[in-house]
Design a protein around this ligand. Structure first.
Ligand code: FE2
Length: 422
């Protein structure tokens, strides 16, 4: 009798301990559940209800793990349950809604695989933190790289500027000799090639900062999310935008001229039924068409009078300098070609190669007319501003010998849209 009483007490104690344990498990914020050998839920705690947003346990009992935690790897739970190790930890991505991703860590403990304990940890915030941290580090890496790069770019740029100044002095004093000018220009071109080579590193960001990154996000996303420059209509490599800024100080007004020409060219291209991709290329072609002027002496660029023959030769080199800059960027082939050909004329009397009509790329024929219209319509160092209709009349005079008649016709039809766009 006494023994029976002792057993009853022990049983009650065990039962109470079991209830307390179950209560503790039930209140545990960590999701825990018991599943049978087929992965069907036998028991679960409240944290699971909260996690999957169900009101009571009835809807959970008997459910399979794949139903509760839909994940990309359908065989994941099967291999987890058949794990002989008795303990396994893995991370999986579980999808609860169209845009909600949870990465879970599962552990399974079982001696005979009849019943297994599954513990679920939501480590989404942990992953997000790691993601933002990594993004921050990469952004800092890019900033440091850009700083170093611009330092290296500034040196040859300074040399280019100084050489250009010397050339200008020589021209002013009448001491310029064609052979020397040619040599100096060649030197400037070599330096521009060096700068372009340095800038190429920016074209290949994956080479220096993109290590394995969550969900395939790489440096380009940093540009999209954090760099306003990248969102402008004329997106090119950021480093070229820096050159464009430098050009603006070298040749005041050049930046706005580039922007306006880009807008006109985009409008003309749209009305010539070029597709959206081609329209974007034309806009970039127009924006960068005069980038080579960075290698031309500012006194030539800003000279209010007609250029001498020697100055004209120097000025014309901006097409080749621009081509050298842009052609080293594999994605800017059309832009480079336009920089090279935007002063060609349909009658073959343009420069640098004397191309004729359709031998001149269509992007360049568009940019050529847009460039000339803006140069006439807005004041430049060599002439005052003229009204849009006067500028248009001048362009029409050149339709055929200088400009592509089709481009001129489209320009004329859409002149009001062009002037409203600026
Ligand atoms: Fe030009």
């Amino acid at each position: 009798m006494k023994k029976q009483t002792e057993i009853t007490v022990i049983n009650r104690t065990i039962e109470r301990a079991k209830q307390e344990l179950e209560h503790m498990i039930d209140l545990n914020p960590q999701v825990m559940l018991l599943v049978d050998r087929n992965g069907r839920v036998v028991r679960a705690n409240r944290a699971l209800l909260e996690l999957i947003g169900l009101p009571d346990f009835k809807k959970i009992l008997g459910k399979g793990l794949n139903d509760l935690f839909p994940c990309e790897d359908k065989s994941f739970f099967q291999s987890l349950l058949s794990s002989k190790g008795g303990y396994d930890v893995q991370e999986i991505k579980v999808i609860f809604g169209p845009q909600i991703y949870r990465i879970m860590r599962f552990a399974i403990v079982s001696s005979d695989n009849d019943v297994s304990v599954i513990i679920v940890n939501d480590i989404t915030s942990e992953k997000e933190q790691a993601f933002h941290q990594e993004k921050k580090f990469k952004k800092e890496a890019v900033q440091a790289l850009m700083g170093g790069l611009m330092h290296n770019v500034n040196q040859p740029l300074t040399v280019i500027m100084v050489q250009a100044q010397f050339m200008q002095l020589a021209l002013e004093k009448g001491l310029a000799r064609p052979e020397e000018m040619k040599k100096e220009l060649q030197n400037i071109m070599t330096l521009t090639m060096q700068i372009a080579d340095m800038l190429k590193t920016v074209e290949r960001p994956k080479d220096f900062v993109t290590q394995p990154y969550l969900n395939g996000i790489d440096i380009l996303d940093i540009q999209q999310s954090g760099n306003e420059t990248a969102k402008t209509i004329v997106t090119g490599p950021a480093s070229l935008d820096v050159i464009m800024l430098a050009l603006e100080t070298h040749d005041p007004g050049a930046g706005m001229h580039a922007m306006r020409t880009s807008k006109y060219a985009g409008i003309i291209a749209a009305h010539m039924n070029l597709n959206e991709k081609e329209q974007n290329i034309v806009k970039r072609c127009a924006y960068f068409h005069d980038i080579g002027k960075i290698g031309i002496a500012d006194k030539i660029l800003q000279k209010p009078k007609a250029l001498t023959n020697a100055e004209t030769i120097a000025m014309q080199a901006h097409t080749e300098i621009g081509y050298n800059f842009l052609s080293t960027f594999p994605l800017l082939r059309d832009e480079a070609e336009t920089a090279f050909t935007h002063h060609e004329r349909c009658d073959g009397k343009g420069y640098p190669r004397g191309l004729k009509k359709k031998d001149i790329p269509v992007f360049s024929r568009i940019v050529s007319a847009a460039d000339a219209f803006d140069a006439l319509h807005f004041s430049r160092s060599y002439h005052p501003a003229t009204p849009a209709d006067t500028a248009l009349a001048k362009i029409e005079e050149g339709s055929g010998p200088q400009f592509d008649p089709e481009v001129v016709a489209v320009l004329k039809q859409n002149i009001s849209e062009m002037t409203c766009a600026i």
